[in-house]
Design a binder for this molecule. Structure first.
Ligand code: IPE
Ligand code: IPE
Ligand code: MG
Ligand code: MG
Length: 296
């Protein structure tokens, strides 16, 4: 977990909100989800809090919105693991591996519902709209991704469209909620949203690269799954672009340097994001956001 000094009390409040949600899950499953909820990096809450802080806000609603966005993220991960039949999440058994597919469906639904309820309690229709749109875009892109596994016609364009929708969109929601709660101007909100969306896209590329060259023990989730399941992410796409007609094999992709090329592309997108961030006047929150952008 990031422990940025300037948002420490708010992050603690986020932890309490997450506990309130997990405590409602009965029995042995409750123990597992509590551990998993404690085990995430909490990138989305940190981003939400820092975006609010950029405009001087640290009120209670912000922590609640930050927690709701983490719950939304967690709910989608529970379902994602079920779809991918993945064994491990945040260093613990994935729910369908430790329990059953039925419980994974229900638990994912439960945490998405908790996310909606938590935002609903803030009595701010704009936040609810952001949440609803975000969840709809994420689910739509997951449907798109699943139905098009193995389709090689528009690899690069399809990839960027999907990662922008599934990960960029949630990062964007963090900026939108943070800055909306803090009462930022429309144009400032739009710039910060663009920054966050680009950061999410760059983050997803790095995650996709880690599926090739990362270590399962460090990531707390399996590696090598994407290609094995027919999901072509940027390293495979770069390899395919340079080696037309060749079969896509994990080791060949790694040996070709395509993972490093993908990371360079992520770096370029991150630089674009940082350039937008630097258009805001200098402040401790802006510096923390820059740090954050360099870490994710
Ligand atoms: C994993 O996100 C899913 C992606 C969008 C790549 P994180 O890497 O933020 O996962 P947690 O929240 O720390 O488990
Ligand atoms: C998942 O992305 C993002 C969602 C919207 C669920 P990944 O499939 O890359 O996430 P991991 O690698 O399983 O964490
Ligand atoms: Mg996955
Ligand atoms: Mg991944």
């Amino acid at each position: 977990m990031f422990n940025n000094e300037i948002i420490r009390p708010e992050l603690e409040a986020v932890g309490k909100h997450l506990d309130e949600a997990s405590i409602k899950v009965a029995g042995p499953l409750g123990k597992l989800v509590k551990k998993q909820l404690a085990g995430g990096k909490r990138l989305r809450p940190v981003l939400t809090l820092l975006c609010g802080r950029l405009f001087g806000d640290n009120n209670r609603s912000l922590s609640q919105a930050a927690a709701a966005l983490e719950l939304l993220h967690y709910g989608t991960l529970v379902h994602d693991d079920l779809i991918d039949n993945s064994e491990l999440r945040r260093g613990e058994a994935a729910i369908q591996a430790g329990f059953s597919a039925e419980l994974a469906v229900l638990a994912g639904d439960f945490f998405l519902a908790e996310s909606v309820a938590m935002i609903g309690r803030l009595k701010n229709p704009e936040l609810l709209e952001i949440l609803g749109e975000t969840l709809s875009v994420i689910c739509g892109s997951e449907i798109d991704q699943l139905q098009n596994r193995g389709d090689k016609t528009n690899l690069r364009a399809d990839y960027f469209r999907r990662i922008n929708a599934k990960t960029g969109r949630l990062f964007q929601a963090c900026a939108e909620m943070g800055s909306a709660i803090a009462g930022a101007e429309k144009s400032e909100r739009a710039s910060l949203s663009e920054f966050s969306s680009l950061l999410g896209t760059s983050f997803q590329i790095r995650d996709d690269a880690s599926d090739y060259t990362g270590k399962s023990v460090e990531l707390g989730k399996p590696v090598g799954q994407d290609l094995a399941q027919g999901l072509l992410t940027l390293p495979a796409i770069i390899f395919a672009e340079k080696n037309a007609g060749q079969t896509l094999e994990r080791q060949k992709i790694i040996d070709s340097g395509a993972v490093e090329s993908a990371l360079m592309e992520a770096g370029v997108i991150r630089e674009k994001a940082l350039a937008i961030l630097r258009s805001f006047s200098d402040s401790p929150a802006r510096r923390e956001l820059e740090e954050f952008a360099l870490i994710v």
